[in-house]
Design a protein around this ligand. Structure first.
Ligand SMILES: [Mg+2]
Length: 191
């Protein structure tokens, strides 16, 4: 069955969907800790402590850099995200980004840097925790969230929302949600 989604009904997660956050983690492990043995495909759990032989201190150190305000200068977009989201906004829809990050400013700076769209064309909600994403979806009257953390996808479904799983090595749990492998596949969802 071909699924079509109205642009007005959908919101997007940031890390792991729009931004190549785990790619940056791997790059920083190489650059700052000379750990050349880790690749993105090794990240089979969103909780890095559960899938990588790396200390919690190092994970925290890199995590801090990844969520910092100047992350936009080194946190790259995932292939296709910029084109598809630029078209999304050109189609007249306001972009809603829902992140579990504690601060929205780094995401706003990133969007302005990569998407080159006016501040009036997008909103960022930083919930500070994963489960509160449902509140943001409710407040903005959205039905779908493109999301890479599978535990969040299950939580969304339990609360009446439709997750769109952005397939990543860390979300390969059996599910019957809509799954997309690329931004090209996301663009094909729009009617
Ligand atoms: Mg994410």
């Amino acid at each position: 069955m071909e699924i079509k989604i109205d642009r007005k009904d959908i919101a997007f997660d940031f890390d792991g969907v729009m931004a190549d956050t785990m790619g940056l983690f791997v790059a920083l492990m190489k650059k700052e800790y000379q750990r050349n043995d880790i690749s993105v495909s090794d990240i089979t759990n969103y909780d890095l402590r559960k899938c990588l032989d790396v200390s919690e201190e190092i994970i925290m150190d890199i995590g801090f850099k990844i969520i910092s305000e100047d992350c936009y200068s080194y946190l790259r977009p995932i292939d296709g995200a910029v084109d598809v989201l630029t078209d999304f906004v050109s189609a007249g829809e306001k972009l809603l980004i829902i992140t579990a990050r504690p601060e929205k400013k780094p995401v706003e700076l990133w969007v302005k840097n990569y998407l080159d769209i006016d501040e009036s064309k997008f909103d960022v909600v930083a919930t500070g925790d994963f489960n509160s994403k449902t509140d943001a979806l409710h407040d903005f009257r959205k039905k779908y969230l493109v999301e890479d953390r599978i535990e969040t996808c299950f939580h969304l479904k339990e609360n009446g929302f439709e997750p769109v799983v952005f397939v990543q090595p860390w979300n390969r749990l059996p599910n019957n949600f809509i799954e997309v492998n690329s931004w090209y596949e996301i663009s094909n969802l729009f009617g």
